[in-house]
Design a protein around this ligand. Sequence first.
Ligand SMILES: N[C@@H](CCC(=O)N[C@@H](CS)C(=O)NCC(=O)O)C(=O)O
Length: 199
Amino acid sequence: MKLLHSPTSPYVRKVRVVALEKGLSSRIELVPANPWPDPTVVAAANPLGRVPVLLLEDGTPIYDSPVICEYLDSLVPARPLIPYDGIGRWLVLRRQALADGILDAAVAMVLESRRPAPEQSASSQARAEAAIRRSVAALGSELAPVGDTFDLGQISIAVALGYLEFRLGHLELGTAEPRVADFWASARLRPSFLATQPG
Ligand SMILES: N[C@@H](CCC(=O)N[C@@H](CS)C(=O)NCC(=O)O)C(=O)O
C-alpha cells in the first residue's frame, strides 16, 4: 500500500499512528504529495485534492482519514481500535469526530493567518478559536486515561492536541484543562507518537 502524505498534516499523522499501533507501517510506503504547491498528484487519486490518500495494492484510492483508519483497523482484527458494536463504538467515533472538528478549525485558523493581513477575517479567527476552546473543554469528559487500550478516539484526540501545540502553541488552546494536558503528556510518549512528530 502507498500513503500519499505531507509531513505536517495532522490527518496524515492520525493514519500513520494507526498504522504503527496496528503493526502495519512496514506494509505502507510513504509517498510525499503535498497538495498545496501542486494538487495534481493528489487530485488524481482524491478529487478533493486532500491528503491523506491510501492507495491499495490494486491502486484503489481510499480517503479520507476516518475511512483509512477504519480500513487499516479492519486488516488486523485483533485488538480493534474501533469497537465492533455497542455504545463504545459510537463514543469512539464521536471522539474522532470531535477531534477532527478541532483540527478543521485549527487548520482554518492557520491558513487564515497566512493570508495577507488586510484579507484576514478577525471574526472567522475568533469563531474558530471559540469552537476549539469549547471542544477542548468538552474533551475533559471524553477522555479515558491512556492505558492498555489506545483506541481511535484517544488517538484522534492526541493528534488534535499535538497539532494545537505545533501550530497554535502561543494560544495555549490544549493546555487549559488539566485532565486534557495530562492525557497529552502521556499520549505523546507512545512510540507511535514519537515516531510521527511533525516537522
Ligand atoms: N477530512 C479530511 C481532511 C484532510 C485535509 O484537510 N488535508 C489537508 C492537509 S492538512 C489538505 O490536504 N488540504 C489541501 C486542500 O484543502 O487543498 C481527512 O480527515 O482526511
